[in-house]
Design a protein around this ligand. Structure first.
Ligand code: FPP
Length: 242
């Protein structure tokens, strides 16, 4: 990738299209998820190499529990297996893993694998990988509101302490805002993904299904990001807008 390109500080990825990827190949849906893990590994290595500092991945939404029981079970086992066996690259690349989402009703074995990964990587300072698992933006806003109400009730804060920064610092993870959100498979939705954090993000919707979203596709996304004129509600940059 060209050196002069701006690399977004925080990238969000909605990994969509696994089921369709598998179906087009005459495979069962779960094979799409399995192949997605391979893609995810090389993508994370690539992101760390090009200098992405934060990446949030939508791995499982609070709504995904409505899926067929067998698919939910498959995904839970895939998380356990991936975190325990497939994530060696995390340690090699000094990637720090954090999770966003509700712990309930995730199975104990998934929680143990998550906790172990967080513990083992907590001192790494390269890319921060925020895995959104049993995550929903609405749930996050509810949980953050309850947390802040508790602080207020216990006289640990006053009403004046509550501002935008305070809310940002009290979400599931205290991360910088998203600069760039990529959703694969051509769907044009946010689907309850990091709504607070994505308020000024640029959006990119490549047609490829996630298992085909390789490093080359990521580089294409970065080139597209560099064409955007980010104004954050302010004045247009004349040079870029012409
Ligand atoms: C959406 O595609 C994908 C998911 C709900 C699961 C994402 C999970 C992974 C990529 C597995 C690995 C993740 C980690 C963190 C180890 P879909 O099934 O909705 O596809 P479709 O829209 O084509 O049906």
């Amino acid at each position: 990738m060209k050196d002069e390109l701006i690399i977004p500080n925080h990238v969000g990825i909605i990994m969509d299209g696994n089921g369709r990827w598998a179906k087009e190949r005459g495979m069962v849906r779960t094979m799409g998820h399995k192949n997605a893990v391979k893609t995810l590994k090389s993508l994370c290595i690539h992101m760390a190499d090009v200098g992405v500092k934060y990446c949030s991945l939508y791995a499982f939404s609070t709504e995904n529990f409505k899926r067929d029981k067998s698919e939910v079970n498959y995904l839970m086992n895939l998380f356990i297996e991936s975190f325990k066996k497939e994530f060696d690259f995390i340690k090699e690349k000094h990637i720090k893993v954090v999770f966003s989402g509700r712990r309930k009703p995730l199975p104990d074995k998934v929680l143990e694998a998550m906790d172990e990964l967080v513990r083992d990587t907590k001192n790494y300072t390269n890319l921060v990988l925020n895995i959104c698992l049993n995550y929903g933006s609405h749930a996050e806003i509810v949980d953050t509101t309850k947390k802040i109400c508790e602080l207020y009730k216990n006289n640990q804060i006053t009403l004046e302490d509550i501002d935008e920064d305070f809310i940002s610092h009290n979400l599931y993870q205290d991360l910088p805002p998203l600069d760039f959100v990529i959703r694969t498979s051509g769907e044009l939705r946010l689907s309850n993904f990091m709504m607070w954090q994505a308020s000024y993000a640029e959006f990119y919707f490549p047609k490829v299904y996630f298992p085909d979203f390789n490093s080359k596709e990521f580089d294409k996304a970065i080139i597209e990001f560099n064409k955007r004129n980010r104004r954050f509600g302010g004045i247009k940059d004349e040079k870029k807008s012409s």
